[in-house]
Structure formats: structure tokens, C-alpha cells
Design a protein around this ligand. Structure first.
Ligand SMILES: [Fe+2]
Length: 225
């Protein structure tokens, strides 16, 4: 059984960027519904005892959609902070190497978010050789399916911003940029910044450093009783 992780901040902590009303729908209704539906679908199946990342990698159809949406939303909340932060350390150096500057990354991120057609997600990811890149995924799709390690993600489904921004996705993306949890992104980067990085496909392998991040998330997902 998969549990709904607690929000890493108070319901009103992100106001006015994200209102408590939006949290009321997005976390308490949408995210919770994916968790509930997933548990309904996997009850009594081979997925029931699997970790969330294993379910995502080994399922398709409705099970995949709901499992991936559970992970994507958990990662989205982790990507946000009410405290202003900025990229630093190794991640900052890598952004400068791969994008030229943080400002260029910001411009490309906002462009990726505003040009994604329909519902989906925009991620900063590392590909297996370590290169940073922006990745758009449609609907429930997630980098965990394609050997990419996420560092942060923005939810661009309309339910993420419509109450607060109506149809102004661009404005939401600009505000999102100001609320990225760079400490979390930096931690995710540092945990995967070494020469033995082999990607998320091998997450059952204890030598895969990204497993630590997934384990942190999944420990919150699991019912402990
Ligand atoms: Fe969402």
C-alpha cells in the first residue's frame, strides 16, 4: 500500500505564489486521488508489495498513470520552498557549464513550460552521462521511465495554477522559478554526482546513488504500520 506523503510545508506557506485554496485541491484532492486510485488498482496484485519506483518501471496503463502521478506530485512538492534560495556549489557550476548561466536556464525552463502542449511536467534532469537538460513530459510521464534523474519539476497541468493564475501559465512559471527549492535540487545533484552513476533503471542496485533519494521519498510513501 502506498501512502500520501505529508506536504513539506504548511498549507498556506507558499502564498501568494500558490494559495491555500489551490493546495486544498491539488494536494488534498488530486494528489490524494492518485494515491487512493493506485491502492485500489494494485490491491491483491504483484504490484502490492513493490516500491513506488518499481511499480512505475514495471507497469503500464492505469497503474502506471496513477503511480507516476503519485511520484511526480511528491517530487513537485519537494521542488518548492517558501524560503528563497539559489543554486550553489557543484550544481551551480554544472548549470554554468551546460547552459551558460542560471539566467539562460531560467529562460529555457520558462520556454519549455509555456510551450508544452496540454497537460504535463517540466523537469531539470541529469542524463546518465551527467549532462543537465530540461525535459518535458506529457500527462503522467516521468523521467524515472527513461533513465533520467530529476532534480526539480514544475507541474503544468491546469489544476496546478488555474485558481491562482487562470490561463496565465507564463506568470505561474515565472513565480515557480522564484520558489524552487535549490537546496533539494543541490542535494539530489550531489547524491548523483560521481563516476559510478548508472541511472535510475538500476535503482534496485545499491550502487546507484539515486536510490537514496528514491528511498527517502518512498519511506514517506510507505505505511509504516
Ligand atoms: Fe498536479
Amino acid at each position: 500500500m502506498i501512502n500520501l506523503p505529508n506536504l513539506p510545508f504548511a498549507d498556506n506557506a507558499l502564498e501568494p505564489f500558490i494559495s491555500e485554496e489551490t493546495i486544498g485541491y491539488h494536494y488534498y484532492k488530486h494528489h490524494a486521488a492518485y494515491v487512493n486510485k493506485l491502492n485500489e488498482l494494485i490491491k491483491g496484485t504483484e504490484f502490492d508489495k513493490m516500491s513506488l519506483s518499481s511499480i512505475i518501471r514495471e507497469s503500464d496503463g492505469a497503474v502506471f498513470n496513477n503511480a507516476a502521478q503519485v511520484f511526480n506530485h511528491t517530487f513537485y512538492w519537494k521542488s518548492l520552498s517558501s524560503t528563497k534560495s539559489a543554486p550553489s556549489g557543484k550544481l551551480l557550476n554544472k548549470i554554468n557549464d551546460d547552459f551558460g548561466s542560471v539566467e539562460v536556464l531560467k529562460e529555457e525552463f520558462i520556454k519549455a513550460g509555456s510551450t508544452l502542449f496540454g497537460s504535463g511536467w517540466v523537469w531539470l534532469v541529469r542524463e546518465p552521462k551527467g549532462q543537465l537538460m530540461l525535459k518535458q513530459t506529457q500527462n503522467a510521464h516521468t523521467p524515472l521511465s527513461s533513465n533520467l534523474v530529476p532534480l526539480f519539476v514544475c507541474d503544468v497541468w491546469e489544476h496546478a495554477y488555474y485558481i491562482d493564475y487562470k490561463n496565465l501559465r507564463l506568470k505561474y512559471l515565472e513565480e515557480f522559478w522564484k520558489h524552487i527549492n535549490w537546496d533539494f535540487a543541490g542535494e539530489a545533484y550531489d547524491k548523483t554526482d560521481n563516476h559510478v552513476f548508472i541511472g535510475t533503471e538500476a535503482c534496485n542496485d545499491i550502487h546507484d546513488p539515486f536510490c537514496e533519494i528514491l528511498d527517502d521519498l518512498q519511506n514517506q510513501d510507505r505505511v509504516t504500520s
